[in-house]
Design a protein around this ligand. Structure first.
Ligand SMILES: *Cc1c(COP(=O)(O)O)cnc(C)c1O
Length: 397
């Protein structure tokens, strides 16, 4: 059994704050500042450029990738770190499209994160030649997978509502129709069990600054199923994905397996932070985190519905159908969230009317959930949100 008091003690959580936004930016693990300082001082400072060999910097994208692979049900050696998620979406999508050359359609849904859709749209424009991004509602995705689809680009858990797609079922349907799958795990990795290999997923991507607590700007990951790893052409063919970067050949030859999905120089300081942040996963299992997350979200929904009748649940009611976040709608959602933040309860707001709360059992328990609901109920009961300063939109919401 996981000792969640112990995992909580490993995070720096500011005094007086209930943090329900770990789905957007995870909090600081206490071990990270010392790890960053050591990487900077002992490695960069003392070893200078020899750190690439002596401190193992060059292997870090694969080593850390293997730690993430364990959380997402991926085969060892099938995940590599680097760049940001938007870039990894481009890379996976472009590679997958090339592997299905007789088809022209990328299928996605309107619940996807805009960056994924923008990237797909940009790629379609660059490719020309009849390529098309087809977007349907999340409920219609399954029916829309037909023999015109080259690749499905689907985010497993919806960033606004927490609605969760059935990865196994959709992957099977895509394969039966002759399509390849790219899964975005931004709101899945570290939030719920993922079984990429078991589902037969082709490509997957995700970020690490949400539920994996790597800090602002932490690197993304990309997964390529081992059966495709020697066939996929890395659309972003940078020198560190070359078979032999230090041969400095003029011609590009893809590296072996997942190595080819590397692009340029990896962010060593951010990888060091992520590596330290991953230690907490040695103390628990994804299944235990998921069970606890469901307990917390069920309790939160029940308490909010009992005390705040003007808020409307925007997330699926069935816990199996959602990720590790809960959203409520209200026309004054933005002001309500500002009133919450002013009182130390940090969630976030997604236009036009959604209040979003993330539940991360590593450092959130029933006590925090009850505390947050109490403050929310007071704000709603006394209309404390109705102040001009809570209605001024900030740049990041
Ligand atoms: C958070 C998120 C992103 C953000 O991409 P970055 O390149 O890391 O800024 C992209 N897609 C999804 C589905 C996300 O949830």
């Amino acid at each position: 059994m996981t000792d969640f008091a112990k995992t909580k003690s490993l995070f720096h959580l500011p005094e007086g704050v209930i943090y329900l936004d770990g789905n957007s930016l995870g909090p600081l693990p206490k071990s990270v500042p010392a790890r960053l300082a050591a990487t900077a001082t002992d490695e960069w400072g003392e070893m200078l450029i020899t750190g690439w060999n002596r401190a193992g910097w060059m292997e870090m994208p694969r080593k850390v990738g293997d730690r993430i692979a364990r959380l997402i049900g991926a085969e060892p050696g099938s995940v590599v770190m680097g760049d940001t998620l938007s870039i990894k979406v481009y890379q996976a999508l472009a590679s997958a499209l090339e592997m299905n050359p007789d088809r022209r359609v990328i299928l996605s849904d309107t619940g996807n994160f805009p960056s994924d859709l923008y990237i797909a749209d940009g790629l379609v424009r660059s490719l020309g030649r009849g390529y098309e991004l087809r977007t349907v509602t999340p409920e219609d995705v399954e029916a829309a997978i037909d023999e015109s689809v080259a690749v499905t680009l689907i985010t497993e858990v919806d960033y606004r509502t927490g609605r969760k797609h059935d990865m196994k079922k959709l992957t099977a349907k895509a394969h039966a129709a002759g399509a390849l799958t790219v899964w975005d795990l931004a709101h899945s990795a570290g939030a719920l069990p993922v079984h990429l290999a078991d589902c037969g997923a082709d490509f997957a991507v995700g970020c690490t600054y949400k539920y994996l607590n790597s800090g602002p700007g932490g690197p993304a990951f990309i997964y390529v199923a081992p059966r495709h790893a020697e066939a996929a052409r890395p659309a972003l063919s940078g020198w560190l994905g070359h078979e032999s970067p230090f041969a400095f050949d003029l011609d590009y030859r893809p590296g072996r397996g997942i190595e080819r999905m590397r692009v340029g120089t990896p962010p060593i300081l951010q990888l060091a932070a992520l590596d330290a942040a991953m230690d907490v996963w040695d103390l628990t299992t994804m299944e235990e985190v998921r069970a606890r997350s469901i307990e917390l979200t069920e309790h939160f929904i029940a308490r909010v519905e009992a005390t705040c009748p003007s808020l409307t649940l925007a997330s699926p009611r069935d816990p199996e159908g959602r990720g590790s976040q809960v959203s409520f709608r209200h026309p004054e959602g933005y002001a309500i969230m500002q009133a919450l933040i002013a009182r130390g309860v940090i969630g976030d707001f997604r236009a036009p009317d959604t209040l979003r709360f993330g539940f991360t059992p590593l450092y959130i328990g029933l006590e925090e959930v009850n505390g947050a609901v109490e403050i929310l109920a007071e704000i709603m009961g006394k209309a404390l949100w109705d102040r001009p300063e809570y209605k001024v939109k900030a740049r990041v919401t």
